[in-house]
Every structure is written in structure tokens, then in C-alpha cells.
Design a protein around this ligand. Structure first.
Ligand SMILES: [Zn+2]
Ligand SMILES: [Zn+2]
Ligand SMILES: [Zn+2]
Ligand SMILES: [Zn+2]
Length: 708
């Protein structure tokens, strides 16, 4: 009854995934990724990481479980237990209702329930993951650099994923899984549709593996024709590619699919068998074989192959559907033979006999795959591919078009062009367009994900070791010059805005491109520091654009970027400095500065200083208390009024409560900037005596007025 739906339609749905050999299970590549991070070396030749076996006791029953719903939970548990022990026969019998004869629809429901449970509870196999392709360069160094970490093949149509810190490059076909196969960062397939091939890597692959890339090209053409319905044309393309490489399992698998669609099951079967013998642990090869056998009418053979698919990768939905269809035929009409007339009722007796054979078949598949796994594991490595390329060629392909040096920490936006991370930031802050193709990259900027390509940097490291080392040194020197914080004279970036205070929080809403760049460079360098000086054009400093004293600010929270290009920066004041000379860089001001230090309080002055602090602190405290109702804004901006300081302990900037008072006073219009350069703590405390006294008097007068 189900055969009218046609065997081929189920396979046709699978076309989109047939480009690459990517249908290994998700758990497989995830565990591989974990172990790979641990031993992440260029020289690593081969990975044979075991499939992770989930604890079966943690597995839940499938959500839809129609006819079993009425069964007792004891029956369900027994079903689970039997499957986990590998007893498929008794497990299947539990899915049947009581009685000796069933209608076909009841029987089909039972099979569906059984298959759902079978794929979850039947013990997982411990199979090695697919091997990657090691390559040898310049002498003896063997590296595994260009294999896709999802399918193990040389990357086809390289796509650099938007991973957070280091980004990973996989085949476009393998990227569709929803997360990065290396770092497991979530990458929804929809976000990849607009993402172009990483050109730098594609060109490098073409130079390194011209034959392989030509084969990929033909396969792609074949897949395109297949999708368009030109099955014969697809067969021609796959055949041409197979003439170049007769050991490509994916090509055999795809051609098998095309033959099946051409209603040539015998040729489809021959190709599927080739694919299986080349990649004996590849689920899709067995799936093709199952489909071909189904069309030739070999139910047992097809069942054998489809069980293997699900033992390797239980997530292949098309294989589950096919298993339901096959089991129905196998268990129901196995007594009657091929020509027997359709029987409406299903008898328990015929099912029981057939189930014995099915149980044996599953066990046989399991053992066979396990043996194949052991053989695969014993093979140390695949054939090493020798590559031959001049360092000049690599340098040409891996040059940043912004700085004309070799790419360092290359970032690849959606448009597929790669630039050094720092180079790209410098450009994007002024205009959010790709410098090469002019594509609008504002949404890329807003994601704040700028992982740099592991593959590109490792290529430079491998092919151009000296140039790469030089490049690292240059980069380190650039970063050092951007921001530094020591007692010596240093050059710092200057944000020209207002006076800020040591230890006091300061919030910035940045929209000017040059300052956005400054913030970015501060975060990129890891220092998170920049200087801030008050805007004082033609005042005090004789024409200089900013004040001669300032304070360093440290970014304390992740900078937030909005789509319109603004960014929000939460900072806290650090050390004060005196400006020695002024300069410009990347469009913003810089200054050579010397940090200001308080003079230590002399021992004989200490008790007087403490008494002075006590007196003024309590005055300020009283004032804050008096005005607490309208102080809320200050608390929000500058934090709560700080505690008194222990003056017996020397600090370069002295008590924070003085800076807090200075911040509030300056917001109220009092000129307090001079206190920044003051290095005597007592003088600085006294500075606020008059201010706070008059504030308190003013407050009392106002209160009297209110009273009157
Ligand atoms: Zn791949
Ligand atoms: Zn990743
Ligand atoms: Zn560059
Ligand atoms: Zn571009």
C-alpha cells in the first residue's frame, strides 16, 4: 500500500545535501571538535576520535508515540530496555496490540513506533570519524590544514564562519548544519545564504589542488543539472569527473542518485556499491545503495543497507521513512514471496518468523560495521597529498589590499574579502563598506563578531614562516604604541571632551567615526585605555585644542554598538596625566604624557591630614545627605558617595571621595579642573571646604525660605 508513493521521491528530497559527504551525525563532529581544540597543532596528521555514546538512561521517549500512549509505562520501559540490550524482536512485539491478527493500518503504526524507538535506544556504535586529508609541503612537514573539519575532505567552496574569536573555514555544504563543526558556535543556515566564498582561501586552494578543484567544479555542475531535472546531463558531468579521480565516493554516490532518477536501478546499484567500498562508514553511500536495491526489488538487501545508514547516523529522516516502508514489506509479505497476492490482515505468526530474521540482520549489520570501524582505525593515515607552490605565489594570494603586507588575523565579512583585522577596523570606522567591493557592511559591524581566520594565519605560518614572524612583531609594536600605561612618558590616544576624574565612572555615547576607531583600537589592543582631556580651544593652553592635564579612562564593560554606528562606552577614571606634546593619528588627537603622582604625606603632617579629611569629609557627607533627593542623577552617573580613605596608605591619586566631590561640583558649574594637577592631598581637600560650606549655607537659606 505504501509503494505507490514511489521510492524515488524520498531520495529526491535529499538532493540538496548530496554535494559533499557531510552527513555524519552531529554528535560525531562535535566530539571531534572538542578533542581537536585540545590538541590543536598544525602538524597533527590524523584524527580518529570515537563517536560519543550518550548515556541511554538519559534518553527520553520520542514525543509522538501514537498507539503506545495507551500502553502502561511499564511496557514502555520494557521496550526501551529490550532495545538497549539489542533485542529487536521482543521489542517489536511490544509495539503490537494484543491479539493474533491486525489490520494493516494498525500494523503500520506499530512499525512507525518501533522505528522511532529503535533509532534512539538501539546501542550506538563506536565508529571512527572520517579521516582528513593530510598534505605535505616543502620537504617532510605533513600538515592537515585544508581539510574541512566536518567532512574530512579538502574544503569545497570555502566558507569562513562568523565564529567569535577564531573563525573556522568549512565547505559551504557542511556549514548548513546550524553550528560551526569546530567550535560549535551557533551559525544559523539563514545567516549564511548571503555569505560569499572566502576568496583568498578559494584562490589558494586552486593554486594548491588544481585537480581536486576541477573535480569539485564538475561535481557542482552535475549537482546543478540534477536539481534542474537534467539527470542524463548530471551523469555526464559526474562521469567526466570520475575519469579524473576514480576514487571519489561522493561522485559515485551522486551518480548513483542520478541513475536512480533515470530509472536505471542496476547502474545506480553499481555506483552505490562503489561508494560503499570506498567509504565503508559513510551513511549516505549506504542510503544510495538501499534506494537502488529497493528499486530492483531486493527488499532484504535494501533493508540491510538502510539499517546500516541508521546505525551510522540515526538522524537521516529519509532513511527512517524507508525503514518503515521496508519493514512493512519484510514482516508482512515475507511468507508469501514476491508474486503473492496482497493480504489484508497481518498475522502474528508470520510476523514472529520474519522478526527472527530481522533481528539477525540487525545484529549482522552491527557486527560488520564494527569490524569495518576497526579496520579504518588501524589505517594510520590516508594518502598524503604533495603540494608544490612557491612562497611568492602564497604571498601574492595572502596579501592584505589595505596595508600590502601579508594578512595578519584576517577577518572576512559577508562579501568574502579578507583583510587584516586592524586594517579593516581602521577603514570601517569611517565608512561601513568593504574597501574592495563596496558592499555595505554596517550589519556586519553591528554583530561585533570579528573572529579571524585560523586557516589563513596558519597558511602564512606554514608557507611564509619568516614573513609571518615579522608581521607579528610589527603588529605587537603597533599595539604597544596605541596605548600604554607606565610611569615613563608614553603616547596615548586623547578623547577631547571634558574633565574626568580618577576612580569615578564616566559614560560615553560615541558617534564620531574617529573616536569609534579609537575605542575599537583600545579594546582590540586589550588595554581598554585611552586618555580624556577637556576641550579648551584658544583658552588656557594658547591655541591648543585640549587641556594640558587629563585622566586616563578604562573601558569597564563590553562596548555596545548600535546599527546606526554609535557606540556606548562605560568607563572608569584611571591615572591623571600632564600633556607634554600633542599629535594626531588616524584622525584623532594623541599626546605624549607624563603621569601625575601625589606627593606622599610627610610623617609629621599625617595626623593633621587625617583630621582635615575627617572634618571636610563629614561636611561633604552632610551636604550630600541634605541634598539626597536631588542627588540621584549624580549617584547614577558617578556612583554612590565613596568612603573616607586611609591616608596612612599611599596611593598615586589620593582619596576617591575628593574626585567624586570634584565631579559633582564641576557639574554644578564650579571650576574644579585645577584640582586634577594638584599633587598635595591636603591642598586638594581644602579646595572643597569653601565650596561645600557655601553649599550648605545656601541649602539652609533655601530651606528657611520654604519654611517662611
Ligand atoms: Zn566539508
Ligand atoms: Zn568555529
Ligand atoms: Zn592589512
Ligand atoms: Zn568585499
Amino acid at each position: 500500500m505504501t509503494e505507490e508513493k514511489g521510492g524515488t521521491s524520498a531520495f529526491a528530497a535529499d538532493v540538496t545535501n548530496s554535494e559533499t559527504g557531510s552527513s555524519r551525525s552531529a554528535t560525531c563532529s562535535a566530539s571531534e571538535a572538542r578533542s581537536h581544540r585540545a590538541a590543536d597543532r598544525v602538524t597533527e596528521i590524523e584524527r580518529t576520535v570515537k563517536t560519543s555514546i550518550p548515556n541511554p538512561y538519559m534518553l527520553a521517549f520520542p514525543a509522538s508515540f501514537s498507539t503506545m500512549d495507551s500502553r502502561s509505562s511499564v511496557t514502555k520501559l520494557e521496550l526501551k530496555r529490550l532495545l538497549m540490550m539489542g533485542n529487536v524482536k521482543d521489542a517489536f512485539l511490544l509495539t503490537l496490540p494484543d491479539g493474533d491478527v491486525f489490520s494493516e493500518s494498525v500494523f503500520e503504526d506499530a512499525i512507525e513506533n518501533f522505528v522511532r524507538c529503535f533509532v534512539i535506544f538501539y546501542p550506538r556504535l563506536d565508529l571512527p570519524t572520517l579521516k582528513s586529508v593530510p598534505i605535505a609541503v616543502s620537504g617532510d612537514a605533513v600538515v592537515d590544514l585544508f581539510s574541512c573539519r566536518a567532512c574530512g575532505k579538502i574544503v569545497e567552496d570555502p566558507l569562513t564562519l562568523p565564529c567569535p574569536e577564531v573563525s573556522h573555514t568549512v565547505c559551504r555544504g557542511c556549514a548548513a548544519a546550524g553550528s560551526c563543526p569546530v567550535c560549535e558556535h551557533r551559525v544559523p543556515a539563514t545567516s549564511l545564504s548571503d555569505r560569499k566564498t572566502t576568496f583568498a582561501i578559494q584562490r589558494l586552494l586552486e593554486a594548491l589542488f588544481p585537480e581536486q578543484m576541477a573535480i569539485y567544479g564538475m561535481r557542482k555542475d552535475g549537482n546543478r543539472l540534477l536539481k534542474a531535472g537534467d539527470f542524463a546531463g548530471a551523469v555526464d558531468k559526474y562521469s567526466a569527473a570520475l575519469e579524473k579521480d576514480g576514487k571519489d565516493a561522493v561522485l559515485f554516490s551522486n551518480r548513483s542518485h542520478a541513475f536512480l532518477l533515470l530509472k536505471e536501478p542496476t547502474r545506480a546499484l553499481a555506483d552505490a556499491a562503489q561508494a560503499v567500498s570506498l567509504e565503508p562508514l559513510w551513511a549516505k553511500a549506504y542510503f544510495r545503495k538501499a534506494g537502488a536495491l529497493f528499486e530492483t526489488g531486493d527488499i532484504v538487501g535494501s533493508l540491510n543497507s538502510v539499517v546500516r545508514v541508521l546505525l551510522i547516523d540515526r538522524d537521516v529522516q529519509a532513511a527512517r521513512d524507508l525503514l518503515v516502508k521496508l519493514l512493512f514489506k519484510f514482516l508482512h509479505s515475507s511468507g508469501g514471496g514476491a508474486g503473492a497476492p496482497a493480504v489484508e490482515a497481518v498475522r502474528l505468526s508470520e510476523v514472529t518468523v520474519a522478526l527472527d530474521r530481522f533481528g539477525e540482520l540487525v545484529e549482522q549489520c552491527r557486527r560488520s560495521l564494527q569490524d569495518l570501524g576497526a579496520i579504518e582505525r588501524s589505517v594510520v593515515t590516508k594518502l598524503v597529498v604533495r603540494v608544490d607552490i612557491s612562497s611568492e605565489k602564497v604571498e601574492e594570494l595572502l596579501t592584505c589590499t589595505l596595508c600590502y603586507r601579508i594578512l595578519y588575523q584576517a577577518v572576512t565579512p559577508d562579501c568574502g574579502h579578507s583583510f587584516c583585522k586592524t586594517c579593516l577596523h581602521r577603514v570601517l570606522d569611517f565608512k561601513p563598506r568593504c574597501p574592495e567591493c563596496r558592499q555595505d557592511l554596517s550589519s556586519f559591524l553591528a554583530t561585533r563578531i570579528f573572529g579571524w581566520s585560523e586557516m589563513i594565519d596558519k597558511c602564512s605560518m606554514l608557507f611564509l614562516p619568516q614573513r609571518y614572524e615579522e608581521r607579528i612583531r610589527e603588529h605587537a609594536a603597533e599595539i604597544r604604541s596605541l596605548t600604554a600605561l607606565s610611569d615613563d612618558e608614553v603616547e596615548v590616544a586623547i578623547f577631547v571632551l571634558t574633565t574626568v576624574w580618577p576612580g569615578i565612572p564616566f559614560f560615553l555615547n560615541v558617534f564620531e567615526p574617529r573616536y569609534r576607531l579609537m575605542i575599537r583600537q583600545a579594546t582590540e589592543s586589550g588595554s581598554n585605555l585611552f586618555g580624556m582631556c577637556e576641550y579648551t580651544e584658544n583658552r588656557l593652553t594658547g591655541g591648543a585644542p585640549f587641556a594640558g592635564v587629563g585622566t586616563m579612562l578604562k573601558i569597564t564593560q563590553e562596548v555596545e554598538y548600535s546599527e546606526d554606528g554609535r557606540c556606548f562606552v562605560q568607563t572608569i577614571g584611571q591615572r591623571r596625566f600632564t600633556v607634554l606634546s600633542r599629535g594626531m593619528r588616524d584622525g584623532y588627537h594623541t599626546a605624549k604624557v607624563k603621569f601625575i603622582k601625589d606627593s606622599p604625606i610627610a610623617a609629621e603632617r599625617l595626623s593633621a591630614a587625617i583630621a582635615l579629611q575627617d572634618e571636610i569629609y563629614s561636611k561633604v557627607h552632610a551636604w550630600v545627605h541634605l541634598r539626597q533627593h536631588d542627588m540621584r542623577t549624580f549617584f547614577e552617573h558617578y556612583g554612590p558617595f565613596p568612603d573616607k580613605a586611609d591616608l596612612t596608605v599611599y596611593t598615586v591619586d589620593g582619596p576617591t571621595w575628593i574626585w567624586w566631590t570634584a565631579a559633582v561640583a564641576s557639574t554644578l558649574g564650579v571650576q574644579t579642573a585645577d584640582t586634577l594637577a594638584e599633587t598635595n592631598v591636603e591642598t586638594r581637600i581644602r579646595y572643597f571646604d569653601d565650596f561645600v560650606t557655601s553649599e550648605i549655607i545656601l541649602h539652609r537659606i533655601n530651606a528657611l525660605h520654604d519654611f517662611a
